[in-house]
Design a protein around this ligand. Structure first.
Ligand code: FUB
Length: 327
């Protein structure tokens, strides 16, 4: 009998998992993580150590139930356009179908976003033959709004190549903006009703401070790095993301799903391991943060484990900062 995970403990220990996108589908909790490989490779800033090849879907009937690993839901060998590195995925439900979104490098080494479908939230997922036209970079997060409109957020610096798209075309020499220039934001586009194509070009999201000034590239405690997630709370859109080099999960809010978003604060202090990546989901009348750290491998950056913890709001809608190792 599988173990019932406790808050802030690994959801599973038989495989390494990361980048959890959690959703409530059909009354159960489904978690769509990256599947880290148990390989020993050199670490670099390009993220070459994250050589993932497939995805497993995890589910729980509720938070007091054991975690089920539904096995391989999608393998890179079945994705005609993808060469390597299946990074952080997400899933969405619309029109009776489950859509699984995932980044991978195409045959030219450029990160693109692919989509695969299933009638079952646990998969297996059947990939579309090509990546979604007009997509680039990594970490797709798809938010389906109350009015049925769906938005895809993408982007990640360094290995995620976002700074190579500043001109709208892939520039292998593209650099991050100077420290005194506005930081790059994630990109967003509305999806068509078919959920497998973009309705419009990806456009950059602006993240500003309380005075309306753009967060600057040198402001590494607050600037966007990767791992977008959007949820809605009390009529506001909350865009949360990783600050990468400073290892925080932070958030900004807006009345519009495309922003501009006003920076509000920290959600999670740094975890063990370089990356931090998460999702925020309402389960019953409580909210939870699904996140990862590298505790299961004693700190190996590319051997991570997914965890969850309760997330609470202050009365003014701000999120209480979580200290991951404080009891
Ligand atoms: O898992 C590979 C990459 O690490 C993700 O795409 C990033 O968000 C970071 O968690």
């Amino acid at each position: 009998m599988a173990k019932i995970p406790k808050q802030r403990e690994p959801l599973v220990t038989h495989i390494y998992t990361a980048d959890p996108s959690a959703h409530v589908f059909e009354g159960k909790i489904y978690i769509y993580p990256s599947h880290d490989r148990d390989i020993d490779v050199e670490q670099n800033d390009n993220g070459d150590q994250y050589m993932m090849e497939d995805y497993h879907v995890l589910s729980m009937d509720d938070l007091n139930s054991p975690v089920i690993d539904h096995g391989v839901a999608l393998h890179i060998n079945d994705v005609p356009w993808a060469k390597q590195q299946m990074w952080a995925p997400d899933a969405a439900f619309k029109n009776g179908t489950y859509y699984f979104y995932f980044p991978a490098r195409d045959k030219e080494g450029i990160f693109r976003i692919g989509v695969a479908t299933s009638k079952n939230p646990a998969g297996p997922f059947k990939p579309e033959p090509d990546y979604i036209k007009g997509t680039f970079s990594i970490d797709p997060a798809v938010f389906v709004d109350d009015d049925g409109k769906a938005y895809m957020y993408v982007g990640g610096l360094w290995g995620g190549q976002l700074e190579k798209w500043k001109t709208g075309k892939f520039d292998p020499n593209g650099k991050e903006p100077a420290p005194t220039e506005p930081a790059l934001g994630p990109y967003v586009a509305e999806l068509n009703d078919d959920m497998i194509s973009l309705k419009e070009d990806l456009q950059q999201v602006s993240i500003v401070d309380e005075d309306g000034n753009p967060i600057l590239a040198g402001d590494e405690d607050r600037r966007f790095f990767e791992a977008s997630w959007v949820h809605k709370y009390n009529g506001y859109y909350y865009l949360s993301y990783s600050t990468g080099t400073t290892h925080y999960l932070v958030y900004a809010i807006s009345k519009n799903p495309k922003g501009p978003f006003v920076y509000k604060g920290r959600i999670l202090e740094p975890v063990i391991g370089w990356t931090t990546h998460h999702s925020i989901v309402q389960i019953g009348d409580k909210w939870y943060l699904f996140y990862h750290d590298s505790s299961l491998s004693n700190g190996v950056n590319h051997k991570r484990c997914v965890k969850y913890t309760e997330l609470t709001y202050n009365e003014d809608g701000t999120i209480k900062t979580i200290h991951p190792y404080e009891k």
